[in-house]
Design a protein around this ligand. Sequence first.
Ligand SMILES: *Cc1c(COP(=O)(O)O)cnc(C)c1O
Length: 481
Amino acid sequence: MGTVFKKSVPGREGVWPEKPATKVEYYIPSELLRKGSGMPSLSELDVVRHFTKLSMKNYGVDSNFYPLGSCTMKYNPKFTEQVAALPGFARLHPAVSQLKGAGHLCQGALEVIFETERLLSELCGMADFTMHPMAGAHGELTGVMLIAAYHRDKGNKKTKVICPDSAHGTNPASATIAGYEVVSVESHDGIITPEALAEVLDDDVAAVMMTCPNTLGLFEKHLPEIVKMIHDKDALLYYDGANMNAVMGKMRVGDAGFDVVHLNLHKTLATPHGGGGPGSGPVGVCEKLTPFLPISRVKKLEDGQYYLSYDAPKSIGYVAPFYGNFGVYLKAYAYMLRLGRKGLIRATENAVLNANYMRKRLEKYFEIPYNRICMHEFVLSAVNQAKNGVRALDVAKALLDKGHHAPTIYFPLIVKECMMIEPTETESKETLDLFVNDLIEIAKLANQNPDFIKNAPVTLPVSRLDETKAARDMVITDDIK
Ligand SMILES: *Cc1c(COP(=O)(O)O)cnc(C)c1O
């Protein structure tokens, strides 16, 4: 469709900008000024159509189903946007809280931080939370830094962090950046067993990072034994809470024995994400880790006034400018209040129900390596289709032709030709059926006419690329259909 500049017709005018009161030459040397306006000559309608068409090439939850496993691409209700746009929040400068005598100008925002920390502590059964981390991985890094600070304070010399082989790649990355050696523990039948853990758990282990339900969508049913083993070694237990959508109101992480948890508000608590953010990855801790939480902390005086406290001698310091992504967790706060206890529990139940419904409907057509009741997501394998040369990648591309977003493919790494599907609770049965029917048709075609699938997509502006060549030998063009 080309850029808006290509559509320019000399002499056509849309808007008549006001002449500035001061000539621009007053501010910018004339030799640096662009000759001519540099703007395309178009009518307002030309511009509106151009950008409307461009926007329609976007794929998002607002337009279509987005079953990207592990990412929880659920629908974000619009009322949270209205709350975040309230001028009292949206126009508040974060530095106001630090101006002497201006505390009364930001009481509402401080209350939001304070109350969000209370709600998340309640939801997870933790002693306290920090809202500073700005993404899941940032929360992990903060969490592992808290663990390191705890061991340092106790005089423990520990050098290793254990991550399951099914872990999200950010887990070992965060532990490594925090200075630990990462040791992998193998899963058996999709989960971690006490026997497998015993093989790698020694006195040098500072923490074990678990995801529950794990990235296969399976609940770690040996948790009680595992928790005890880890605490017996004076190691701490980290909970990657990116999959919290599966257990809200059903399991409290703290009650299960975890010491640190991060949540992905941009997944579980319905704030928009994708394309790099913004996110929010608050971290919850048990009582003994609270002295190490990042600064600042929001405190409440007896008279009900809120203030920011920097008085925390054991704190790991700053992990983010100001107070993290305020606008994002403000939406999560509004969402939690709106749904309430019952609503959050129902969200979790429907997320799990939707995943199991799809799993059952698909089990005759695809290999399901761990085919038992799953949590909010499940993993299919295209190994049978691969016998005809149709791989998970091809199935994903064929789904694009049918107008769907592809599931996550080739993650977790422990399942061959894997496709990870997470429907979320916000989708209707009709939407799930449409997707499942199309996937079944693709499975049948993979037997009858594998080449057709290997050539997909054929209906999109960009057809099948040589992905290596596309990365190394880029052709950048605005000339798309
Ligand atoms: C998404 C995810 C993360 C990382 O979160 P980001 O906000 O993308 O940094 C970590 N662990 C799991 C299991 C996830 O699904």
